[in-house]
Design a protein around this ligand. Structure first.
Ligand code: C5P
Length: 235
C-alpha cells in the first residue's frame, strides 16, 4: 500500500507536539520518524508511548549512530526493546561498524529491528563533501557506502533520490529510504539533494521521508494524502 511507503519526520520539540501530529497522521501515513530533537528531549519513553497509542504506525528511530563498534552495539542493544522497526547508523564508519550493529540488532530484537545505513546526508552537496575532506562526489560516496550496507547485511540504506538509479542493482532486496523529498514548488530549507515524491519513487525509492512539507502544511493529513496519491501514480 502506498501509505506504508510514507514516513513522516516528527521533528518537534516535545511529546505534546508529537502526540498532536501523530493523532492527525494516523491512518494517513505508514511510519513516524523520531529524530534527535524529540529523542533528546523526551528519551526512550516517547518511542514506547507512540507505539502504544498508535499501534498501526511503525516507528523509525533516526539516531544516526556514529561511534566505535562496541559503543554502537550498546546503543543498539538499548534501543532494541523499545518497539522501533528501524534505526539509523552512519555508513561512513565502514563495514565492520555496520556489521556490529546488524549483528547486535539481530541478537537483541530477534530480527524485528532493522538497521539502515545513512550514506551521505541530503543536506550535503559537492562543496560540503569537499570541505569535509572527501575527494569523491556525493554520488560516488553513496555508491561505496551502499555496497558496504549490502555487505554488512543492513535492512536498507538512506540516500537522496538523485543517487538511486546508480545503486539500485547493488541494493535489490534492501529498503531504499529517501529524505530530501520536496513536492513541486515546496521550499528546500537546508536540503540540497532533493527530489519530488513521484521522481524518487520512479527512480527506485521503497520509502520516502517527509518532514517540513507535511508538518508545516495547514492540513498535515491532506498534505500526506497528496504525497500518497503521488506515490500511487508513480508506482
Ligand atoms: O523537513 P525535511 O523533509 O527536510 O526532513 C527530512 C528528515 O529526514 C529530517 O528529519 C532529517 O533529519 C532526515 N534525514 C535527512 N537526510 C538524511 C537522513 C535523514 O534529511 N540523509
Amino acid at each position: 500500500m502506498s501509505r506504508e511507503r510514507l514516513i513522516v519526520a516528527l521533528d518537534v520539540p516535545d511529546r505534546a507536539s508529537a502526540f498532536a501530529l501523530a493523532e492527525r497522521l494516523d491512518g494517513h501515513v505508514g511510519m513516524l520518524k523520531i529524530g534527535l530533537e524529540l529523542f533528546v528531549a523526551e528519551g526512550p519513553a516517547i518511542v514506547r508511548e507512540l507505539r502504544s497509542r498508535h499501534p498501526q504506525l511503525e516507528i523509525f528511530l533516526d539516531l544516526k549512530l556514529h561511534d566505535i563498534p562496541n559503543t554502537m552495539r550498546g546503543a543498539i542493544r538499548s534501543a532494541a526493546g523499545l518497539g522501533a522497526r528501524l534505526i539509523t547508523v552512519h555508513a561512513g564508519s565502514g563495514v565492520e561498524h555496520l556489521r556490529a550493529c546488524v549483528e547486535q540488532a539481530e541478537a537483541s530484537s530477534g530480527g524485528t529491528l532493522g538497521v539502515l545505513a545513512v550514506t551521505v546526508l541530503t543536506s550535503q552537496d559537492q562543496l560540503a563533501c569537499e570541505q569535509a575532506g572527501h575527494t569523491r562526489s556525493p554520488a560516488e560516496l553513496v555508491g561505496i557506502r551502499a555496497r558496504a550496507a549490502a555487505e554488512a547485511g543492513c535492512a536498507g540504506l538512506v540516500c537522496s533520490g538523485q543517487e538511486l538509479e546508480g545503486i539500485t542493482p547493488l541494493t535489490s532486496g534492501l529498503l531504499r529510504v529517501v529524505p530530501g523529498i520536496r513536492p513541486a514548488g515546496a521550499e528546500l530549507g537546508d536540503q540540497k539533494r532533493v527530489m519530488t515524491p513521484a521522481r524518487a519513487i520512479a527512480a527506485g525509492a521503497t520509502h520516502l521521508v517527509v518532514g517540513r512539507p507535511i508538518r508545516q502544511a495547514q492540513d498535515p493529513a491532506a498534505a500526506a494524502d497528496a504525497i500518497v496519491a503521488e506515490i500511487t501514480a508513480a508506482s
